[in-house]
Design a protein around this ligand. Structure first.
Ligand SMILES: [Zn+2]
Length: 344
């Protein structure tokens, strides 16, 4: 009997301890106790909103296009280029099924081989072209921070401006070509995962990965296109103004490729178009408490009036600064003082 009572007591104590640990580590979010001992109310809506970081950035992206005509012959007639499957006959007078625009929207046509046509055979060398594009990416994302980790969602709209293509080999004889369009809009939808690996003064150093889908412009023949995934590895560096405001620079490399099928002949061409990125932007967290509006209040820390908590600093300044971190006077008083003959 005694042993059983002891066991029950131990069980009871275990629940009490677990309860105490839970209370200590997970205080109720809507109600908390201020060090001064007052019970204060916080807005639950603000508290939730505060946990979501909103980021916006603008940048520059350089895309490196490249493709090889592995199973295709290249035919040049008076500066115009055509490709045909390497099995096609190339005898004078034969009609070939050829393609133009194999970069974005293959167009088939019949071509009768004539005297003077230049033919580069697929099996004689590495036929292929390289090109590029300059892009202006605008990115918007939302993420949640947990300790040193972050996870979120976002989208990027990129204004993409094409540059000419040049041959990889036979640079003196094969002419280059330009895409049939000058610019296009590319959309990306992604998940982002990140990790903060170092902090130094007001800087944080991070690594992140974005994984998602890229939707090329309608200028591409999407029906005959496969691919569409991209992976972007970035190393964002942030400058922390306060717990609500950070600015960042994100250098990144993005890997991606697509394949365009030539349905009438059953072959395909793979295009690589990886990009180097640099993005500059801001990250914002909505304050969990409002700014103090009490007239004459010069409190600079987070503080309480009538059971409600207020910020004593504008959004871009540290809320509980150490001595000398913020200005000794609030900005609004500095402005007032400027207009007085004597500042005091
Ligand atoms: Zn106040």
């Amino acid at each position: 009997m005694r042993i059983r009572a002891n066991k029950q007591f131990h069980g009871f104590m275990l629940y009490v301890c677990l309860g105490a640990i839970l209370l200590a580590t997970h205080p109720a979010s809507a109600q908390m106790f201020h060090p001064e001992g007052q019970s204060i109310k916080r807005s639950g809506f603000r508290a939730i909103l505060n946990k979501i970081t909103i980021s916006g950035s603008l940048g520059y992206a350089r895309t490196f296009y490249g493709h090889k005509l592995t199973n295709h012959n290249l035919i040049e007639r008076e500066g115009q280029l055509f490709i045909a499957p390497k099995e096609s006959s190339t005898q004078l007078g034969d009609t070939l099924l050829v393609y133009t625009n194999w970069f974005n929207r293959p167009q088939s046509a019949g071509l009768v081989i004539q005297e003077g046509d230049k033919i580069y055979y697929a099996n004689s060398t590495k036929l292929g072209f390289r090109g590029g594009a300059n892009g202006i990416p605008f990115t918007f994302s939302l993420h949640y921070d947990y300790k040193k980790f972050k996870a979120g969602l976002g989208l990027t709209a990129e204004w993409h401006m094409m540059r000419p293509f040049k041959p990889i080999h036979f640079k003196d004889s094969i002419p280059g070509f330009t895409a049939e369009f000058n610019s296009a809009l590319f959309m990306r939808y992604f998940v982002v995962l990140g990790y903060r690996y170092h902090e130094y003064r007001n800087f944080t150093f991070n690594a992140d990965v974005k994984i998602g889908m890229i939707r090329n412009s309608k200028k591409f023949d999407r029906a005959n296109m496969t691919g569409g995934f991209f992976v972007s590895l970035g190393l964002p560096v942030e400058y922390v103004f306060s717990e609500y405001l950070r600015v960042f620079a994100r250098p990144a490399f993005e890997y991606k490729a697509y394949q365009l099928n030539l349905p009438e002949v059953g072959s395909a061409i793979k295009h690589n178009y990886s990009s180097a990125f640099i993005e500059i932007g801001i990250r914002f967290n909505y304050p969990e408490i409002p700014r103090c509006k009490v007239d004459g209040c010069r409190t600079q820390l987070k503080h309480i009036h009538g059971g409600a908590e207020f910020r004593g600093q504008p959004i871009h300044k540290k809320q509980n600064p150490k001595i000398g971190e913020n200005y000794p006077q609030l900005d609004k008083y500095k402005w007032k003082n400027k207009n007085k003959l004597s500042p005091f």
